[in-house]
Design a protein around this ligand. Structure first.
Ligand code: GTP
Ligand code: MG
Length: 392
């Protein structure tokens, strides 16, 4: 008998199953979160002030995600309208030690973190006696510990409540009824969540979960399940020379506590200078100081951390990038444009960006047999170029 084909189970992603995801800027007070939000969004929506808890209410902005493929497509199609992919970013209030039990802006802050899908954690590593640090001196490791502790404590409290609720159903669960068995499994999953947080001392996103467990974890909306990108705010001088006494320590802390989480050094001071210059002068300035703005890299990292990818629609009227979650099938991808495209989905004519670039035109891609008709089971690939066909 031939060996059984190994069935590779598709991993369910942690997080909200949506194509509309948002990233929140988190950190201890007065570390440059709102200043970063303002340079990123090229607005002055963020309340950036030299005192802690300047930000109270969250502000939101849509940030274009840089993409050389998109630029290339615009050059080729010369469309009337160009719409890139966007990352929705939220400026959140500073979090302080004890927030989980109500200190500082406490629970209000944590509910803002719960409402986002991923975290940009701004870590202060610049020295400036003029800028107050709520904990006294600058110490990014202590700050990262504070955030981690508060988010975990809140998760632990949340999970304890969930477990209590589940166990309070009043009667003993049997082994025969399907409903009872499902409930037992759910309790076991929540107990594992509790163990990861309390005994293994790990953030939820750093543990291994089966698909069934992921469903339970997602239902709990935990703070430490959200992907984190660490953004280290350096002085301009340190950023340019790529040296700062805290950087190796921060890297070591992440390797030890949350291995794999991205770390991106940047400088709010430099970004603020660049954002106020006309485009050409900003380019000259970057060459002159010998360092590039980190904003494009940060935006792309945030987008990827949420498992977001994009596909394109191209024509003389419009070149547009559409954001979907990794793993999205063709009908749901089409549905991002219009629900009718999903409900009355017939097929997609899809080519890859690389093929279009190699062959130079749609006609040449088609002649080479590389324009493919894809049906409902097709899983979208980052950079696909799609034409949807829907029924009447
Ligand atoms: N020297 C220096 N000052 C900075 C830098 N980034 C921010 N600041 C200053 O630090 C102060 C606080 O900045 P904000 O952007 O309001 O900080 P925040 O983290 O949003 O603060 P809260 O909302 O109060 O938690 C402001 O006076 C900024 O001008 C930096 O890179 N270097
Ligand atoms: Mg702020």
């Amino acid at each position: 008998m031939p060996p059984k084909k190994a069935v590779v189970e598709k991993k369910t992603l942690l997080g909200r199953p949506s194509n509309n995801l948002r990233i929140g800027i988190v950190g201890v007070p007065n570390v440059g979160k709102s200043s970063f939000f303002n340079v990123l969004s090229k607005t002055d929506l963020g309340i950036a002030r030299n005192f802690p808890y300047a930000t109270i209410n969250p502000e939101e902005a849509r940030i274009p995600v840089p993409d050389t493929r998109f630029e290339w497509l615009c050059d080729v199609y010369k469309p009337v309208s160009r719409i890139p992919a966007f990352l929705t970013c939220i400026d959140i209030a500073g979090l302080t030690a004890g927030a989980s039990t109500g200190a500082g802006l406490g629970n209000a802050f944590l509910s803002h973190v719960r409402a986002v899908d991923g975290i940009f954690q701004v870590v202060r590593a610049f020295d400036d006696a003029e800028v107050i640090h709520v904990e006294g001196e600058v110490n990014p490791i202590r700050d990262m510990e504070i955030i981690q502790t508060e988010l975990r404590l809140k998760d632990i409290e949340w999970v304890e409540k969930a477990l209590d609720g589940l166990k309070k159903s009043g009667r003993a669960l049997g082994n025969t009824s399907l409903a009872d068995r499902a409930k037992k499994e759910e309790i076991a999953s929540v107990e594992k969540v509790y163990k990861v947080l309390t005994e293994e001392n790990k953030d939820i996103r750093k543990a291994e979960w089966t698909n069934k467990e992921v469903d339970v974890v997602n239902g709990l909306q935990l703070l430490t399940a959200k992907p984190v990108t660490y953004l280290v705010n350096l002085s301009e001088k340190d950023y340019v020379r790529k040296k700062n006494k805290w950087l190796p320590k921060i890297k070591a802390w992440i390797d030890e506590n949350n291995p794999g989480d991205p770390l991106i050094p940047f400088s709010v001071a430099l970004e603020e200078r660049l954002v106020n210059l006309p485009e050409e002068e900003a380019a000259e300035e970057q060459t002159k100081v010998g360092a590039q703005s980190a904003l494009p890299k940060i935006t792309q990292a945030g987008y990827s951390s949420l498992d977001l990818i994009r596909y394109f629609t191209c024509g003389p009227d419009e070149v547009r990038a559409w954001t979907i979650r990794r793993g999205t099938k063709a009908p749901q991808a089409a549905g991002v444009i219009h629900t009718d495209f999903e409900n009355k989905f017939v097929c997609g004519e899809i080519m890859t960006f690389d093929d279009l670039k190699e062959y130079g035109s749609e006609a040449a891609v088609k002649a080479a047999g590389k324009l493919r008709q894809q049906g409902k089971p097709y899983e979208m690939v980052d950079g696909d170029i799609a034409y949807w066909k829907a029924g009447a």
